[in-house]
Design a protein around this ligand. Structure first.
Ligand code: ATP
Ligand code: MG
Length: 356
């Protein structure tokens, strides 16, 4: 059956790296005999320039009629002074909301061959391979009230950490399902010694764990988790946590893999239409120069094959090809400290294609 993929290149290096993902998918399609139908849509700054809005209706329609969405990155200095509703980032927030993408998955893998640009060395990185599952549509970032106020004439402020039990339940279920296909361990991160929301989180985690007797559950306080990710990163399999804790821990964990240009992500919805994008942004400082590392985007495409189409072997083949190219010593500029010893974006894409 034809698999319809909406391609939203966006701005800056988004356009350069998306091309790499499409190339690699075409190669996979060729060898494994899958038919992918790529349909392109506008989002971000380019959409503002052409349609006067960062997320045109046609783009949203295109996504809804597709089986999966692949997104590059949005934003750039050209639109930085725009009013809020005409900012490229608004397009990203909108599409997440419109497609109800409640679970953000960030796999963290250390590549011991990439020590040049990582603050961690040697055996510390051995066996580091975990998945952060971050709740994406609730918590402090969406709770109401969130406002400045006053108390007896004194300036004050309030943000609200709000969750419904069923929202906690669905993100924990997602984590347990994913752990079942991995090394069967879930670390649920909270602040249950202080926060009421975390107490409910912990209760629900216990209830869900009861339904997954084959998966081990451990609870960890967020401050300890922040330390353990640095101290002993190979102890983790799946980490699941609420929106803000996940935001912070996933950026921290990103440092283990050496470069932003290495990190893919998936955002899952309940209805089966998922979105895949690299963790990095549009990198205006290197856009248009052929210097971008396409690996984060290519690995995002591999995640798409795995989570949207259940093509495990194909996804694994892409990951293996990337590993092979890194082991052979090929580097984009972000992955090396040696001036002049790097390959441009297009060549990196070619190398991965060859390895496939
Ligand atoms: P955003 O607000 O869109 O997240 P940002 O400023 O936080 O943007 P990026 O656009 O990701 O972050 O860029 C941060 C730094 O990382 C920049 O110096 C950029 O050049 C570098 N960078 C990001 N992605 C890549 C990549 N794929 N390859 C090489 N360098 C990258
Ligand atoms: Mg950023």
């Amino acid at each position: 059956m034809v698999k319809k993929i909406a391609i939203l290149p966006g701005d800056g290096i988004g356009r350069e790296v998306v091309e790499g993902a499409v190339e690699i998918l075409k190669t996979i399609g060729h060898y494994y005999r899958h038919e992918f139908d790529f349909q392109y849509g506008l989002i971000g700054g380019e959409a503002i320039d052409q349609c006067g809005t960062p997320l045109p209706d046609e783009t949203l329609e295109l996504c809804k009629q597709s089986d999966a969405v692949l997104l590059g990155a949005v934003g750039g200095p050209k639109w930085d002074q725009n009013p809020a509703h005409l900012r490229p980032e608004k397009g990203l927030l909108n599409i997440r909301k419109q497609l109800d993408l409640f679970a953000n998955l960030r796999p963290i893998q250390a590549h011991p061959t990439l020590q040049d640009t990582s603050p961690f060395k040697g055996e510390h990185l051995e066996g580091v391979d975990f998945l952060i599952v971050r709740e994406l549509t609730g918590g402090l970032y969406f709770g109401k009230p969130s406002e400045r106020t006053n108390q007896n004439g004194e300036e004050a402020v309030v943000d609200t950490l709000f969750y419904k039990r069923k929202d906690i339940e669905r993100i924990l279920e997602t984590a347990f399902e994913l752990a079942r296909k991995r090394r069967k361990k879930v670390t649920s991160v909270d602040k249950a010694n202080v926060l009421e929301s975390s107490k409910l989180w912990r209760e629900v985690a216990e209830e869900v764990a009861y339904r997954y007797p084959d998966v081990e559950l451990e609870h960890m306080l967020v401050d300890n988790a922040a330390m353990q990710i640095i101290h002993k990163p190979n102890q983790f399999d799946v980490i699941v946590t609420e929106n803000m804790f996940g935001d912070i821990l996933s950026d921290e964990a990103a440092m283990l893999s050496g470069s932003l240009g290495m990190l893919p992500s998936a955002s899952l919805s309940a209805n089966g239409l998922h979105l895949y994008e690299p963790v990095h942004g549009s990198a205006p400082d290197i856009a248009g120069q052929g210097l971008a590392n396409p690996i984060a985007m290519i690995l995002s495409a591999a995640m798409m094959l795995r989570y949207s189409f259940h093509l495990m072997e194909e996804a694994g083949a892409i990951e293996k090809a990337v590993k092979h190219v890194l082991e052979s010593g090929k580097r984009t500029k972000d992955l090396t400290n040696h001036p002049n010893q790097y390959v441009p974006t297009k060549q990196m894409i070619e190398e991965i294609k060859e390895a496939l």
